[in-house]
Design a protein around this ligand. Sequence first.
Ligand code: HEC
Ligand code: HEC
Length: 296
Amino acid sequence: MSEAHNEHESLIKTPKQLIAAVIAGFLVPIVIIVLLVNYVGNNALTGAGSSAMTEKAIAERIAPVAKVEVKDANAPRVYQTGEQLYKAVCAACHAAGTAGAPKVGSADWAPRIAQGYDEMLKIALAGKGAMPARGGTSPDDVTDYEIGRAIVYMANASGGKLQEPAEPAQPASGATAAAPASGAAPAADAGSAAAAAAAMASLKTAAPAAAGAGSNLEAGKKLYDTVCMACHASGVMNAPKFGDKAAWAPRIATGIDTLHNAALKGLNAMPPKGGAANASDDDVKAAVDYMVSAAK
Ligand code: HEC
Ligand code: HEC
């Protein structure tokens, strides 16, 4: 017992150590108290001037609510076109054939197209081998309809002649009527995915209004940019390349009516209307005129 007592006393032997121990005995609790006061004080500051009420902090806090509003069930949903979804997601593998994915524009697609659209959709939704279900997207962000459109886009850029899947019913709303009314011109230079989708949706209705001589090439360019370029920009399956005078000269020599008819009815690997079954005849002809004018 007395030994333990001695050991305890031996911790402080000199006056220096005693002073240090006394100072530490006071300072440590004071430092802790100061830190605690600061901590509590910071958290309690919720009034004006505190960081909790800055615009950024508020925006962050209400962000989930704002996101829900975007998906308001009453707003007509703007669907991505097959091309948009393909470029945003599917191209990661399907453009170059990464991981054994059937490459767009190649013969890899022929046996798959032969299986039929329903089977391809089933596999794309469920996944298979290195192909992730839905291409890795969530059903909250990308609908089955959009996946279907991307499949049609890829298959038709690879020799297929599939029809676009039917658009799911939208809640009735004035906005669908507003899209054609807003016309083609603003959508064309807005550049956003939504504007492009709206432009596609309004294609049919907007076309007659754009039939004037000056805007004809514009309507043609629009259809070319959304549909025909899939093959004609890079010459997929030997499609005559846009602006390639040598490739176009012999075709132009057959006369514009021949070219119009080929584009409307299809020619070998070229699907009727380039696969855009819902494009108007006038727009398809305008797209031909646009392509021809760029190759003269
Ligand atoms: C991570 C790479 C990857 C991504 C991203 C991807 N795919 Fe695939 N996909 C594959 C691979 C690999 C296969 C071949 C699977 C097999 O046959 O084993 C495939 C096959 C397919 C097939 C053919 C199915 C059949 O009938 O055999 C379809 C259709 C398809 N993908 C659609 C899509 C769509 C639509 C997207 C975009 C939403 C997409 N893929 C994104 C890798 C990918
Ligand atoms: C899936 C790929 C693909 C798409 C999409 C496509 N084309 Fe073609 N197109 C081709 C191919 C391949 C040829 C060459 C056909 C041949 O000569 O055998 C061709 C040829 C043509 C020709 C020349 C026809 C002739 O008589 O020589 C015109 C005109 C044409 N396409 C217009 C269009 C227009 C307009 C669109 C968009 C609405 C379009 N194409 C979309 C693949 C495509």
